[in-house]
Design a protein around this ligand. Structure first.
Ligand SMILES: NC(=O)c1ccc[n+]([C@@H]2O[C@H](COP(=O)([O-])OP(=O)(O)OC[C@H]3O[C@@H](n4cnc5c(N)ncnc54)[C@H](OP(=O)(O)O)[C@@H]3O)[C@@H](O)[C@H]2O)c1
Length: 396
């Protein structure tokens, strides 16, 4: 479980942004660029989007810019010529960037690829703003153990977990009755299974309230995103699976709630703009201003809530089963899901094949305990192999 620690208040904070070219990354850059004196930049990283990374580097003048894809190195070096910004490439260089002396690290890589850099930042006791939920899903127990051992501080960035963090009573855990994660319901909230079976990539990424990267948009459409978030909340707040509920709330205004034993329910509200939870982590424990649209409850007028439908969205059941099973099951779930989502984005399989593949891989592989990071990597790799075989068998 995370511990609410003391922070540095309004002092300058040197930052590193992993995944700076992504949806969360660019919104973090947007906030940091508004106050460069307070937020000097140590390093920026991307996978292979050299053009945007170089543009950000020219604007923010970090000491280092890294691409994970070694093939993009020459282009990055050329794009940064004359800027004084050092260029580096490869997954190892991304992880090494996390070891550099920044006070605050944004973990906004997508998928398990973020494991090594997040772990490296945690191991030097950094303050880690944590968006990259797949890391906690694939290695939750080990990651939280490292957080404790090294006195690191994990500040959740997912809007739901940021909301819970803001209203969670860390000093009186016994007073917490349950966590309630809200979900927009995604683009297929009102659609039947026949519609989903024929859904295209364009329909699935068209999220009704949030503008996000491709992978999390598909996860929202299957509701696997909420399943991953149940697992993330379990590790972050130390609350058992059966005390974490999901509530569909299409307006995405109430970002999540905590119910206490006396019947009180505390929530955090705001317009759906990721810059609000990112700013909460960036300024923490101080609040910093953002250009996010203000919440006007009169304009919003009606907020609605409904129970999730487990028949149309079986991903929620799969994620809960993986968490209950424990050991490597969440690792398998997340790895198989990454492979299946990518195959859907590549138009190789249908939308409902995603859940079929995840369920199949989860049912095929043993759920061994994860004693160390090597076991996490092996389990992740094995699940990816089996999932890729299933994609090949289903591919059109
Ligand atoms: N977007 C949101 O609103 C939101 C909200 C809550 C939580 N999250 C979580 O935040 C994380 C990032 O989401 P996103 O929507 O920002 O994703 P995104 O837009 O796809 O961006 C992903 C970032 O990671 C980089 N990247 C991709 N593969 C990589 C690899 N193998 N090694 C190193 N870097 C790699 C990308 O670089 P390139 O640009 O070069 O490909 C990009 O900078 C996810 O875990 C997501 O679930 C996102």
């Amino acid at each position: 479980m995370v511990v609410k620690a003391e922070g540095a208040g309004g002092a300058p904070r040197r930052v590193t942004i992993f995944g700076s070219t992504g949806s969360v990354g660019t919104q973090t850059v947007d906030l940091v660029a508004r106050d460069p004196e307070r937020f000097p930049v140590e390093a920026l990283t991307a996978n292979r989007n050299v053009a945007l990374l170089a543009e950000q580097a020219r604007q923010l003048r970090p000491k280092l810019a890294v691409v994970a894809d070694p093939a993009a190195y020459a282009d990055l070096k050329e794009a940064l010529a004359g800027t004084g910004v050092e260029a580096a490439a490869g997954p190892q260089a991304v992880a090494e960037a996390a070891e550099r002396p920044s006070d605050w690290v944004m973990a906004a890589i997508v998928g398990a690829a973020g494991l090594e850099p997040t772990l490296a930042a945690v191991r030097r006791g950094a303050c880690v703003a944590f968006a990259n939920k797949e890391v906690l899903v694939c290695a939750g127990a080990l990651m939280m153990e490292e957080v404790r051992r090294h006195g690191a501080n994990l500040l959740p960035v997912d809007s739901e977990h940021s909301a819970i963090y803001q209203v969670f009573d860390f000093d009186r855990l016994e007073s917490v009755q349950r966590l309630i994660l809200t979900a927009s319901g995604g683009p297929f909230r009102t659609r039947d299974r026949a519609f989903m079976a024929a859904a295209t990539r364009e329909q699935a990424v068209a999220h009704p309230t949030w503008d996000m990267g491709a992978k999390i948009s598909i996860d929202s459409a299957t509701m696997m995103n909420k399943g991953l978030e149940i697992i993330e909340a379990h590790f972050l707040f130390g609350v058992p699976e059966e005390k974490i509920d999901v509530l569909v709330h299409p307006q995405s205004v109430v970002h999540s709630l905590v119910e206490y034993v006396d019947g009180s329910v505390l929530a955090q509200l705001g317009t759906p703009d990721m810059r609000t939870p990112i700013a909460y982590a960036l300024g923490w424990p101080a609040r910093i201003s953002t250009p996010a649209e203000r919440l006007d409850l009169v304009k919003a007028a009606t907020l609605t809530f409904e129970a999730p439908d487990p028949e149309r969205f079986p991903a929620l059941r799969l994620a809960r089963a993986a968490l209950q099973s424990g050991g490597g099951a969440p690792t398998i779930l997340s790895a198989a899901n990454e492979v299946a989502v990518q195959a859907f984005l590549d138009r190789r399989i249908g939308f409902l094949d995603i859940e079929r593949i995840v369920e199949g891989v989860l049912g095929t592989l043993p759920h061994r305990p994860l004693r160390d990071l090597g076991a996490v990597r092996d389990t992740d790799a094995e699940a990816r192999r089996v999932a890729a075989d299933r994609v090949a068998a289903l591919a059109r």
